[in-house]
Design a binder for this molecule. Structure first.
Ligand code: MRU
Length: 370
């Protein structure tokens, strides 16, 4: 099966010369399709914090490409290798703090630091350092593309059935807009659609920033896939009234025991899915698995600006002085998850051993996916 290209401009690419990063500005979707060029560490950090780029894999890719672009600029200015390395390390430290929950961010930056340390000391050193960083960032992007496709193929097996029409439910956006490829949770949907299978997707709106209605519905619609938006209060009613074959979601961090942090609302969806006997599947690359975090309660949860709830999209949507609680993510306990799908395969409970082996294999094989 071929790798499907998203039906929209690339979520991210280098400028010619790799001294900047061009992103699709996701805060403007679906109203406007506009690219934006990031040239400084401040701009890269702002783009990640404000969700111009978002989704765990894409956050990591953006940080890596941003660091490489900054190194390319420094090399062009004639900055000596030691000073260039110091600038890159400071950029990595700064970007690592931009959002705390998605572990892909620190995973990608760790790879950039390792690429810096392992770069050949051939002359001219500053240029070879920058080249090594651009090469590594490009590898992170292209590997992500391949991982998405593999996750999609593995998950197709779970949805195989007898070829009948499928009704699927997803939350937030874990699609092509969240990755360098065809997404994580949406990857099997794209592949099944490409293979001619009839699919209907329900996309949770995903309060408060509407990644489901603004982004998932947009990208699926552009790809010609039947998508229906529902608000976050509706999945229970939907499962009670219609057949839903599976819930597919992505992840921002998967703890060693299989607990999953993902967009706020995911946990409630998993409880509903259990109640209604609907399988709940999590799709994420091994770069989202954090073996250093034993359980979900050890995952740091980002809290967002209360005004994202009080003044949603510029209108007063709660009393001005209302107290607001705004975690961006929640944790779904492993026992509510039917399977976790990585690029290495389908992992079933108990997850600890299988996830540990998948991460070890990914680290051992380096860039080789098998
Ligand atoms: O706040 P966001 O939009 O970055 O949250 C994104 C999610 O929660 C996604 O489900 C997750 O990052 C997986 S993306 C493949």
């Amino acid at each position: 099966m071929t790798i499907q290209r998203p039906a929209h401009p690339a979520t991210i690419r280098f400028t010619d010369g790799a001294d900047g990063v061009v992103i699709l500005d996701q805060t403007l979707l679906p109203e406007r399709v506009e690219e934006r060029t990031l040239s400084t560490v401040e701009q890269v950090e702002e783009a990640i914090r404000s969700l111009r780029v978002r989704g765990a894999p894409l956050i990591g890719i953006t940080a890596a490409m941003g660091v490489a672009a900054i190194a390319t600029q420094e090399a062009a200015l004639g900055t000596p290798a030691d000073a260039l390395a110091a600038v890159v390390r400071a950029a990595c430290d700064r970007l690592a703090r931009a959002r705390p929950t998605a572990v892909n961010l620190t995973w990608a930056l760790d790879r950039m630091r390792a690429a810096l340390d392992g770069a050949p000391a051939a002359a001219p050193p500053a240029i070879s350092l920058a080249t090594a960083l651009v090469t590594e960032a490009t590898a992170i992007l292209t590997e992500d593309r391949e991982m998405c496709r593999r996750m999609g193929e593995h998950a197709l097996g779970l949805l195989a059935g007898d070829g009948e029409a499928l009704t699927l439910l997803t939350h937030c956006n874990a699609g092509s807009l969240a990755t360098g490829g065809i997404g994580t949770a949406l990857a099997p949907i794209y592949l099944a659609h490409e293979a001619g299978r009839a699919i209907r997707v329900f996309a949770d709106e995903t309060r408060p920033l509407l990644q489901g209605s603004r982004l998932t519905a947009w990208e699926l619609q552009r790809a010609g896939i039947d998508v229906t938006v529902i608000s976050d209060g509706m999945p229970g009613a939907l499962m009670a009234r219609e057949r839903v074959d599976a819930v597919l979601v992505g992840a921002d961090r998967i703890a060693a025991n299989g607990d999953v942090a993902n967009k706020i609302g995911t946990y409630g969806l998993a409880v509903l899915a259990r109640h209604h006997g609907v399988p709940f599947y999590v799709l994420a690359p091994t770069s989202t698995v954090d073996l250093a975090t034993p359980t979900g309660s050890d995952i740091e949860i980002e809290h967002r600006d209360p005004d994202e709830i009080r003044r949603g999209f510029g209108r007063l949507t709660a009393p001005d002085s209302a107290a607001v609680w705004s975690p961006a993510f929640d944790v779904t306990p492993a026992d509510l998850i039917a399977a976790i799908v990585t690029e290495r395969g389908v992992h079933l409970a108990p997850f600890a051993r299988s996830l540990g082996e998948a991460v070890a294999a990914a680290e051992r094989d380096g860039k080789r996916l098998s």
